[in-house]
Design a binder for this molecule. Sequence first.
Ligand code: UFG
Length: 332
Amino acid sequence: MRKKVLVVGGAGYIGSHMVRMLVEAKRSVVVYDNLSTGKRQMVDSHATFVKGDTRDAFALRKLFRLHKFDSVICFAASLIVPESVAKPLEYYENNVAAVVNLLKAMREAGVDYFVFSSTAATYGEPKRMPVREDDPKEPTSPYGMSKLMTERVLRDLNIAEPDFRYAALRYFNVCGAHPSGTLGAMKKKETLLIPNVLRAVRQGPAHPLIIFGDDYKTPDGTCQRDYVHVVDICSAHLLALRYLERGGKSDVFNLGCGKGYSVKEVVDAAEKALSLHVPVKYSPRRAGDPSRVVASSAKAARILKWKPTFDLRSMIETAWRWEQKKAGNKTA
Ligand code: UFG
């Protein structure tokens, strides 16, 4: 019998890539998503789709009565850092309280394995580089804090109920799109660097990329980040799931490539990869941006045997392919 996985938030950017990978790995997949940001058409046709909200404890219980799941992967979350500062209660409700609902329904149904989307934002302004899992965690936003709180909930639940085991995966800068050009980010208004670079390429000099600050203490003055491809992020989830199923103990893992690229380096890489010009304009620093955030993913490599495979060029190329497809669909 195929193992059955519940993917909460499986209609979103990362979730939809995960569903595709699980289907290819011959898992039976049920997606639960409220479609607040996800799209129904992003869900692989081999998965069962259930529209629902994690804040709805009653609906969750019903879902777990209807299906006998072996494991749960949770992507559903609110994840815009500045928005979390303006609406903290919404973030704690969606990223903490709703996950507690999900865990309660899981435990009532006797489901033991949980893979959770966490974030590098749990570290706040990192004290040393590369960042390791046991480094100080001082989130600077309600978003980061909400994810850290849920990690703590998971730890406490594992202590109280050792049969329950989890992997919390702290993503660094997730980007790129499915190499087939059929899945990718769906946001209307982007705040992230690579989608904005591509938008500037498409829209031209009237709408340049705004580079937020070139006076940081980095070699070229712009901030460095650790970019990691969405498909590599999903491979880590599948490895984490298999690890838990083999009896692996609950743990937290960083997911990054271990290499920092500055904003200017990303712009240069995009110009090379696409053979197109990226119009840019400099503006003052964006509030709250740390100068350098680079992961040590040595733990994921050692324990999960995870090895990211996409380089910066292919992150940009796959994202561009997806953007072109979206633009083509709009004009068609
Ligand atoms: N940047 C620009 N112009 C833009 C967008 C971004 O110059 O239009 C710069 C930012 O100032 C920053 C870098 O590009 O220096 C990367 O910014 P992103 O917004 O792409 O990503 P962040 O590093 O700010 O955020 C990421 C995740 C968050 C997570 C955070 C914590 O997207 O979800 O890392 O590490 F919380």
